[in-house]
Design a protein. Structure first.
Length: 117
């Protein structure tokens, strides 16, 4: 005889199943070319009132160069209009426009975990 009572459904929500309390900032992508080293640049940032943080990656057309660096832009370093200046790995200063080429949407449910009904 089966005596186990498993899978009893409780109408109460499990408070431990709140995976993301913190809102995730969207990632902004900008693609530029560096006039100094003629490499392609991909600048990925997250922007908040505390400033901008992110990374710069560069690669040359023949891919002999492929490196990057971290970015940190203080709010006081922002240009009027929201752009900012980054320094390429080669030392070239580059003005980055405020408007990104792309923005990552928040994850749209693709990480939904099924917990066995
Ligand atoms: Zn460069």
């Amino acid at each position: 005889m089966s005596s186990s009572i498993r899978g009893s459904r409780s109408p109460t929500r499990n408070p431990q199943l709140a995976p993301h309390e913190l809102p995730e900032l969207p990632v902004r992508y900008r693609w530029l070319d560096c006039p100094g080293c003629l490499s392609h640049l991909a600048i990925n940032t997250t922007e908040s009132p505390a400033g901008i943080s992110g990374s710069l990656r560069r690669w040359s057309a023949d891919r002999s160069i492929n490196d990057g660096k971290l970015l940190r832009i203080e709010p006081s370093d922002l240009l009027p209009g929201g752009g900012f200046v980054v320094t390429c790995v080669c030392g070239q200063s580059i003005v980055v426009p405020a408007e990104p080429d792309a923005i990552s949407a928040e994850r749209e449910g693709d990480l939904r975990v099924k917990l066995g009904e």
